[in-house]
Structure formats: C-alpha cells, structure tokens
Design a protein around this ligand. Structure first.
Ligand SMILES: CC(C)(COP(=O)(O)OP(=O)(O)OC[C@H]1O[C@@H](n2cnc3c(N)ncnc32)[C@H](O)[C@@H]1OP(=O)(O)O)[C@@H](O)C(=O)NCCC(=O)NCCS
Length: 181
C-alpha cells in the first residue's frame, strides 16, 4: 500500500514511453497499422503511468476514450507511445496518451494519435483504493487537470448511460413480442 502522506508527485514524474517498429502482422492489407494495435499499446502505456503515480499494487482500466487518429502508420515505421498522468481523483487516475510515428529513412516524427485512459487503483481484494494526490506545478499541469475534470464528468455520465441502455435487450424484447403475435 502506498503512503498517502508522502510528498505528492508531479505529472511529469509518471511519464512513460514505449517504442517499437511496426510489423506486417500488425497491419491490414493496405500496409497500415490496425487501430486496435495502437489502442492496446496506448492502454499499456497509460496503465504504467498510472501505476507509477499510484505506487505498488494493481491498476485496472475503467475507460479508454477520446482517441483521435490523426493519420495512418505504415509497416516498418518507428512508433513512440508516451503517457503521463493528468488528473487524480480519490481512487482513479487519468493519463493522456500521445503516439508519434517516424518513417526511419526520413527520421521525421509526426503525431498520429492522442487519447486518454482512465485507470482505477485496486487493493488486494480488487476494491478501489485511494491514491496520492497529484502535485500540479506548471500552467500546463493546471490546464490539463481542468480539462481532465470535464472529461471525467462526461465519462461518469457515459458510464450511467452504459449501465442503462442496451440495444441487444431491445432486440430480444422485439423478438419475444413478434413470437407472441
Ligand atoms: C473500474 C472498477 C474497478 C470500478 O469499480 P466500482 O465498484 O464501480 O468503483 P467506484 O464506482 O467506486 O469507482 C472507483 C473510481 O473509478 C471511477 N470510475 C469507475 N468507472 C469509471 C468509468 N467508466 N469512467 C470514469 N471513471 C470511472 C469512479 O469515478 C471512482 O473514481 P474516484 O474514486 O477517483 O472518485 C470496476 O468497474 C471494474 O472492475 N471494471 C472492469 C475493469 C476491467 O476489467 N478493465 C479491463 C477491461 S476488460
């Protein structure tokens, strides 16, 4: 269990980077990477940033959202995934995830995707556990924290809607009604 009385750490202290070279097995028949490949790595990178801030223990992903793919990634390119914690609640942490790609002969980096992961720290019983607060210092830290609070409000509304709404239940209801006619 991490010590909540410890000096809180800054967003930059959680920063994580993963780099890899894309392979044909990760691509579609046009030779561009599947979005899901990037999402998996983005989730892993965001979770490591959240874990760095939370200290030891388990982290789980509660939501991955606002992912925007800005351009394709081609086979053989160097991909760099970077994540940093932007906001910390009581037991939850948001990480911003940025992905860059680089065509190796040209060594010119371009931003290809940006999104957010919402993680929850868990105790040994798998229940949410409190995490240390985030120490905001720079203007960018405060700006990102404020934007993260707005995103979190939207996520919580989305979670409520996700629990309520179900088109598969509607299909089942329609089928039963048709059978009864
Ligand atoms: C995430 C999970 C542990 C939350 O458990 P819970 O009993 O609903 O706990 P709570 O409602 O107290 O939520 C804990 C925190 O997470 C936040 N949270 C939970 N679900 C969220 C969501 N969908 N979006 C945003 N925040 C969420 C809550 O706001 C709360 O934050 P806070 O403590 O900082 O205020 C639970 O929903 C879960 O296990 N989900 C599946 C996770 C998983 O398996 N992920 C891998 C994908 S297969």
């Amino acid at each position: 269990m991490s010590d909540l009385t410890e000096q809180p750490t800054r967003p930059a202290d959680s920063r994580v980077r993963l780099a890899f070279i894309t392979e044909p097995a990760q691509a579609n028949f046009h030779g561009t990477l599947h979005g899901g490949v990037l999402l998996k790595l983005a989730d892993e990178c965001g979770a490591i940033a959240a874990l760095r801030h939370a200290g030891e223990g388990r982290i789980t992903t509660a939501a991955i959202d606002s992912f925007t793919f800005l351009g394709p990634v081609h086979v053989g390119e160097l991909v760099d995934v970077a994540a940093e914690v932007t906001h910390v609640g009581r037991t939850s942490l948001e990480a911003r995830i940025e992905i860059h790609a680089e065509s190796l002969p040209h060594a010119k980096r371009r931003k290809v995707a940006v999104g957010y992961g919402l993680y929850v720290a868990l105790d040994a019983e798998g229940k949410p556990r409190a995490v240390p607060p985030l120490r905001l210092e720079t203007e960018a830290d405060f700006r990102r924290d404020a934007a993260a609070r707005s995103r979190q409000a939207v996520r919580l509304a989305r979670r409520a809607e996700a629990k309520e709404e179900s088109f598969t239940a509607e299909i089942a209801e329609r089928k039963t009604a048709t059978e009864e006619d």
